[in-house]
Design a protein around this ligand. Structure first.
Ligand code: BES
Ligand code: MN
Ligand code: MN
Length: 462
């Protein structure tokens, strides 16, 4: 790819400003108050794809938010890359913890980003990373260097489980036919340690409700004599891990793949500093399942975490009360071969079975998805590896991530193609947190690396 660096250099300011405009629209898929903004973002993505050189771009309606689909097909004898990304973002709450408003992007320097980083909700996850692909396409079409066919599928419901995208994929096999799927919605180890994500965890997300007495009670008159749902719920939750931080749900680990010592040794070669890790989080020790390293705990091992818990009185001062109900939202991150629906069932029957007399328990499954692993000997991986080697001057390291993009497993099942996860974010980018940001170095580096993937993928496919 000739002159990609020059092209980026010459268009830097415009590339930043265009992304900033996209980040100003609060496309929160979880909150219906933002409905018009989500729809506006889909339109903005459509226009950007048209300008970048797609021949056709459509807004595909679904039962939820639309999918933006675009394509540029140059020759049916050449391979086709399908780019996936999402234009929706997580809610910005708690807003008061942001140093600058989440939808008024600003560029600030940080220790890790001396060149500056864009601070805004969605800067990294996923508008910034998705837009790198739009700009990479612009470069390839405007310099007549697009080496193969390309399709774009950018959805607006990733952060709420991609339910309507699943239906769209199932109903559009022909339209979405491709030779490889390319996604930038993950991270890399460090700016000087490029890596390619080879695994994602699956997810099962449930909400639980514990009901005791039929109304809130005076904690003096009734305390000690009836089950307190909050006491009961916290005790039930605590029992879900044993003293080794192993999950106690019967059958939970049955399908978990144990990695060989060789594979674990290979993983352990990835650079990692426990001291820096603890320092970045302001913790004096890590915590987790006995017998596994931190990097194993957050990638190849399944987990169970309470994401939120509520009930009773949390207002100012004190109120002496035994609440009638207590609730929690619980996520389980799963590894390949664990089936999310099966795990949800195991959770449900176990949780119901451990409820003591005097309370009623309800388990409400939310969404979920399967995990994913991809081999490193595929043409797609090899092409990505060569692309990074050229743009970073270093061979990238394969790395399994702890996060989830549930639709990836469905892509493989329905479209029979491998997904290559070329993510350029850093763990410190604070995705889903206040002060999310994306390094402008990472943004430009991504734009430089993506066209090289197209080039090598086309070459290796011959
Ligand atoms: N882009 C993230 C997932 C991610 C981030 C994977 C970093 C690997 C590294 C995605 O937008 C996300 O947040 N996924 C959700 C799951 C979804 C079903 C809400 C997640 O992982 O919590
Ligand atoms: Mn994402
Ligand atoms: Mn996300």
């Amino acid at each position: 790819m000739d002159n990609i660096q020059k092209y980026v250099e010459a268009n830097k300011d415009r590339f930043l400003n265009e992304l900033i405009e996209l980040l100003k629209i609060p496309s929160v898929s979880a909150d219906s108050a933002f409905k018009n903004d989500v729809l506006k973002t889909a339109d903005a993505v459509k226009i950007s794809l048209e300008k970048a050189g797609c021949d056709t771009v459509e807004i595909c309606e679904t039962d939820g938010y639309p999918i933006v689909y675009g394509e540029k097909l140059i020759d049916s004898n050449l391979p086709t890359v399908l780019v996936y990304g999402h234009y929706d973002v997580q809610p910005a709450d708690p807003i008061e913890l942001w140093d600058s408003p989440p939808y008024e992007p600003v560029i600030k320097k940080t220790e890790l980003h001396p060149e500056g980083a864009i601070f805004a909700r969605g800067a990294c996850d996923d508008k910034g990373q998705m837009y790198m692909h739009v700009k990479a396409l612009e470069f390839m079409t405007s310099t007549n260097q697009l080496p193969c066919n390309v399709k774009f599928m950018i959805e607006g419901e990733e952060e709420v489980g991609s339910v309507n995208l699943s239906t769209f994929v199932k109903n559009n096999h022909d339209k979405l036919k491709n030779d490889v799927i390319l996604i930038s919605d993950t991270g890399m180890i460090a700016k000087d340690v490029p890596s390619i994500t080879t695994g994602l965890r699956g997810l099962s997300y449930v909400e639980v409700e514990v009901t005791g007495p039929n109304r809130d009670l005076h904690s003096g008159l009734y305390g000690g004599a009836v089950a307190n749902p909050i006491n009961v719920l916290t005790k039930m939750i605590a029992s879900l891990h044993d003293e080794n931080n192993h999950i106690t749900i019967p059958g939970f680990y049955d399908k978990v793949e144990e990695l060989s010592q060789e594979e674990r040794a290979e993983m352990a070669k990835a650079p990692f500093s426990l001291v820096d890790y603890q320092k970045a989080l302001d913790i004096d020790s890590v915590y987790g399942e006995k017998g596994y390293t931190t990097n194993e705990r957050n990638s190849i091992r399944p987990t169970l975490d309470v994401n939120g818990i509520w009930g009773g009185y949390i207002g100012e001062g004190a109120k002496t009360v035994i609440a009638s109900k207590a609730y929690a939202k619980i996520s389980m991150r799963l590894v390949p071969h664990q089936d999310w629906e099966e795990i949800t069932e195991l959770f449900k029957s176990h949780f119901e079975s451990i409820a003591p007399d005097g309370v009623k328990v309800k388990v409400k499954p939310h969404h979920g998805g399967q995990g994913y692993v991809t081999p490193i000997d595929s043409i797609g991986y090899q092409a990505a590896s060569k692309a990074y080697e050229e743009s970073f001057g270093k061979k990238p390291i394969p790395q399994r991530s702890g996060g989830s993009i549930p639709i990836v497993a469905l892509f493989e099942q329905e479209l029979k193609s491998k997904t290559i996860l070329m993510g350029f974010g850093l763990d410190s980018d604070a995705i889903h947190s206040p002060n999310e940001h994306y390094g402008i170095w990472n943004y430009f580096k991504g734009i430089e690396t993506i066209p090289l993937f197209y080039k090598y993928f086309t070459e290796l496919s011959k």
